[in-house]
Design a protein around this ligand. Structure first.
Ligand SMILES: [Zn+2]
Ligand SMILES: [Zn+2]
Length: 422
């Protein structure tokens, strides 16, 4: 480890902020003219059926949902998210897929031995994704328990050719999770939706403790899902996960739902990922039809029959600019390569700083605190390397998590994210 003088850190931190501002002003111009894409390449959507907000993230103690509460802090939570249509599953789940409250049709489903099944009138997020991005069904997977799932649309512009791959497995949320975990490992789809049904069915049973334990299980599944994604090179650092539900439960009786009471209407929505604001609690009112357009925004496809709008307030514009700076910066100033990713013992950072001025290599945690810094001399030519052992400036090991690696000079800034995984 090369010299880092702890007494110089406050000054370094201040100059970094100034550099940041200067760099961002410069790079903002690039972003509008040259780049549409986000860092997000994959989206995972989890639906927890019938979770009342007061037992979910609406509980200030988060007794049943500690993992989701922690994820909401790493990402963004919409504090006023409502089911603004029918507060029951057969209408609200298709509204999530379609980005609109859609009519439901029935048809004889050959995949279900010809029994009557439901299909949405409007095209779905699956169909938009597959058609516009030209993806195979194996890249668009919907996991749920064995119930002969409702199907996507027969819209003439979309339809069966663009339906997702349905994986129906087991009878409990845990079994659905095991199926999902295998799909992440074996298919690594760019769009994955997991439907967890147990909270609603346990709620209907009227057994309060059973209902709460189903919520705790769903919360653990969401937490482990995020851990698995962060440990998987196909997903780590480029996946946005969204967690929501279709409806709540009556204020006055947790065993039922379906009317306009606040308990039925208010639901939760959290998003976490590389483009999502960290620690945002957004008070902008949002509703179920806004989910599909937000997925389309992040993955880059239109959702033309959706009535909702993309939740742009959740997207951190600076995360986009960071990537612009990395991909479009001149050859003489860039973070070239960071490896291994994720890393455990030691991260090698390759960079080019051939601008004739000295620079800094700064590492921030997701709270924006500078945790490690190294001054770089002006004389660097060609490709240079720095090694970082995942420690702070006091040589203390840092916890697992995402860190932002920033290369800066007095007027240029570029950064990228790395995952420290112990
Ligand atoms: Zn129900
Ligand atoms: Zn109600």
């Amino acid at each position: 480890m090369k010299s880092v003088n702890p007494t110089s850190l406050p000054l370094v931190a201040i100059s970094t902020l100034v550099n940041h501002a200067g760099g961002w002003v410069l790079l903002l111009i690039l972003s509008f003219s040259q780049l549409q894409a986000y860092t997000t390449e994959r989206v995972v959507l989890v639906i927890i059926d019938g979770l009342r907000y007061s037992e979910g993230l609406g509980d200030p103690e988060h007794l049943q949902v500690p993992r989701m509460a922690a994820l909401a802090e790493q990402g963004a939570l919409v504090t006023d998210f409502q089911n603004d249509g029918a507060t029951y599953t057969s209408r609200a789940i298709p509204a999530i897929w379609c980005g609109a409250w859609t009519d439901i049709n029935s048809f004889h489903d050959p995949a279900c031995d010809g029994v009557e099944n439901n299909t949405s009138e409007l095209p779905t997020v699956f169909e938009y994704f597959r058609k516009h991005l030209d993806r195979p069904a194996s890249d668009c997977v919907y996991t749920l328990k064995e119930l002969c799932s409702w199907k996507a649309s027969f819209d003439p512009d979309y339809g069966v050719d663009y339906w997702p791959q349905y994986h129906e497995a087991g009878h409990t949320d845990v079994e659905v999770w095991h199926e999902t975990e295998g799909i992440i490992e074996n298919l690594a789809p760019h769009f994955l939706m997991m439907y967890l049904a147990d909270v609603d069915s346990r709620g209907h049973s009227g057994d309060w403790d059973n209902y709460l334990s189903a919520i705790t299980t769903a919360d653990s599944i969401v937490g482990v899902l995020w851990d698995v994604l962060q440990a998987d090179t196909a997903y780590a650092g480029k996946t946005t996960m969204m967690v929501t539900n279709d409806h709540g439960r009556h204020d006055y009786n947790f065993s039922g739902h379906g009317d306009n009471c606040m308990g039925c209407r208010q639901i939760q929505f959290l998003a976490v990922g590389p483009d999502i604001h960290v620690g945002l609690q957004s008070g902008v009112p949002r509703t179920i039809p806004d989910i599909t357009p937000t997925i389309g925004e992040l993955l880059g496809f239109p959702t033309e029959d959706a009535t909702g709008t993309s939740m742009m307030e959740l997207i951190d514009p600076t995360s986009n600019i960071r990537d612009v700076s990395q991909t479009n910066s001149p050859e003489n100033f860039k973070l070239s390569r960071l490896y291994p990713s994720p890393f455990n013992g030691e991260l090698t950072i390759e960079y080019r700083l051939n601008t004739g001025s000295p620079g800094n290599l700064n590492i921030f945690n997701l709270q924006g605190n500078l945790v490690w810094n190294k001054e770089l001399s002006a004389s660097s030519t060609g490709l240079s390397k720095v090694k970082w052992q995942g420690i702070n400036n006091s040589w203390e090991p840092l916890p697992s998590g995402i860190y932002i690696v920033q290369l800066s000079t007095s007027n240029l800034t570029t950064s990228t994210r790395v995952l420290l995984l112990k």
